[in-house]
Design a binder for this molecule. Structure first.
Ligand code: GMT
Length: 375
């Protein structure tokens, strides 16, 4: 049975948009008809597919509105697409505003549309603490026909914070294993001015405060004292100025490469020896999975969903939040022991294939859609 599935997501760079887009692409490969509804073209939707459609949400700037009503424009676009295309399922990535808009759209089209909501984190771990929004998030969750979250930790946190009654199923993030695998791109090292004998440490994020990028720089500074190494900082965001200042203060200017936003992450992971993700909030950490798929052992803080992604001592190490010294020491263990590095790299790839395989994850979402449509 082939379904018509609407997907509402944030189109910009960020884990939730990536997961939503990759999911749509893999569902389309299985023969389903996919309709993306978003404010701009999802950035990973970089080729033409016969059964993937994109519907842009545009907000008219009428002077009667003090603020452009994006949420109303989104709800009305969902309703329009659901009715015209006879959608079976609408998959909302994020409770607010997407699930809430979907609920409004369902009322507009007469109740047949099934709504699946995926919680990615920020809606719960940040917005869930805002009393003016928490009831709205709870409403979006409870009015959905099925709800998923990207880690067991996020499921627990949602129950604790919002006191919802709805069952929430964990469906992990995944990567397209055909793209995320180690490539032979050693020439890149030369292009970045990295010597043969230097180790490469990588961090990828949107440089928000929760990512604690200064901790990454501090850990790298300790690593750099022990061995020749370069740090690749990939991404951009509000903390960039603070990070640049710290790099200068610590005298690391020659050893840190600021690469900004990048598309070909698989190639950057392919020249990396270890990855650092030292966030204070992280419901899953998709970037860890991307690195692991390319055979990069990871060091991550033992918070949120990270311990479900990094098998401590097997595919990398966990460390305490804010403890740059521990992160550096654990990275050094991997960087100075070739046998351990090779073992962890192999086990990281294995974990991606065994615990997080895209075919398995996509099937979990598909089964949820089928159960709603048939039920
Ligand atoms: O990490 C971010 O700041 C971006 C955020 C998003 O909304 O795209 O990522 C969240 O969703 C990803 C996909 O499910 C998860 O892998 C990230 O861990 C999660 N980020 C946080 O929880 C901070």
């Amino acid at each position: 049975m082939k379904l018509k599935i609407g997907i509402v997501c944030y189109p910009t760079v960020g884990g939730s948009g990536v997961v939503a887009t990759e999911l749509g692409k893999l569902l389309a490969e299985k023969g389903h008809e996919i309709h993306f509804i978003s404010s701009s073209m999802p950035f990973r939707l970089n080729k033409v597919y016969g059964n993937i459609y994109y519907h842009e949400v545009s907000v008219n700037q009428y002077s009667v509105f003090q603020y452009p009503p994006y949420d109303l424009a989104l709800a009305s676009k969902i309703a329009e697409v659901a009715k015209r295309e006879q959608l079976d399922v609408l998959h909302a990535h994020y409770a607010v505003p997407h699930a809430v808009c979907a609920v409004l759209a369902r009322q507009m089209v007469g109740g047949k549309l099934k709504i699946v909501t995926t919680l990615h984190g920020t809606d719960i771990t940040v917005l869930g603490y805002d009393p003016s929004l928490s009831d709205m998030i709870k409403f979006g969750i409870e009015q959905s026909d099925a709800v998923t979250a990207v880690s067991n930790a996020l499921v627990r946190q949602t129950y604790e914070l919002l006191d919802v009654q709805k069952p929430i199923h964990t469906v992990y993030n995944f990567v397209d294993e055909r793209v995320y695998q180690k490539k032979n791109v050693d020439h890149l090292k030369k292009e970045y001015g990295i010597d043969e004998n230097e180790k490469v440490v990588i961090h990828v994020s949107n440089f928000r405060k929760v990512k604690r990028v200064p901790d990454v720089v501090r850990a790298f500074s300790l690593i750099r004292k022990q061995l020749p190494a370069k740090l690749l900082l990939v991404g951009d965001g509000p903390e960039m100025t603070v990070v640049c200042r710290l790099v200068k203060e610590l005298g690391l200017g020659d050893d840190v490469r600021f690469l900004g936003k990048q598309d070909k992450l698989d190639e950057l992971y392919s020249i990396s020896d270890v990855k650092l993700l030292l966030s204070e909030k992280e419901s899953f950490g998709l970037v860890l999975l991307e690195a692991m798929a390319c055979g990069v052992p990871c060091i991550g803080t033992a918070i949120g969903g990270i311990p479900e992604v990094i098998a401590d001592g097997k595919t990398g190490f966990l460390c305490e939040l804010g403890n740059a010294e521990e992160a550096a020491n654990k990275a050094l263990r991997i960087l100075t022991d070739q046998r351990l590095h090779t073992l962890m790299a192999t086990q990281a790839v294995q974990a991606v294939y065994e615990k997080f395989h895209s075919a398995h994850i996509v099937k979990q979402y598909e089964d949820i859609y089928f159960s709603l449509v048939k039920g």
